[in-house]
Write a protein that binds this ligand. Sequence first.
Ligand code: GLN
Length: 194
Amino acid sequence: AARVGVLALQGDVREHAAALSDLGADVQLVRRPEELASVDGLVLPGGESSVIDKLSRIFGMQQPIRDAIASGMPVYGTCAGLILLADRITDGIDGQQAFGGLDVTVRRNAFGGQVESFETDLDVPAFGGEPVHAVFIRAPLVETVGQRATPLAALADGRVVAVQQGALIGTSFHPEVTGERRFHQRFLDLVRAA
Ligand code: GLN
């Protein structure tokens, strides 16, 4: 089985661990560099990106995660995790940093606060078939997609909410909370191929 990690500093760690276990992966919660070194792929959960950023620096995880991304390790980020994968963040708070890797500009909380959370069905051409039921919670928007990244999904008005760049995937929404497994499967396929 693929051995994959979920960064377990803050956020919806359990939901991701359950999704990956459902798909047959061997899941390791990652808080320390040694744990990161033992996995072949990493999920960055939803939560609060500025908090995960701060904790990752306190725990000495920022540089190891940056190194893993640079070495080509597959990484999937949802919501806060997408923000953490972005090369550029507009309206970050508190000197917020990211791991980077995805050639995108992301606007944090682009849709507003918790009460502006919404759900919608998205067509994801890479999956064909059934649309993805997507839950957006204080979600970021991919404002610009750089040359190295490719959109995977957009809202009906064209705004991009999922991207891929090589072994990196980011979604503004939370497949881990709806039983949608195709993004996690795509991530695991990248891990197996790596
Ligand atoms: N807006 C949050 C952030 O800045 C992300 C919200 C989420 O992950 N559901 O990290």
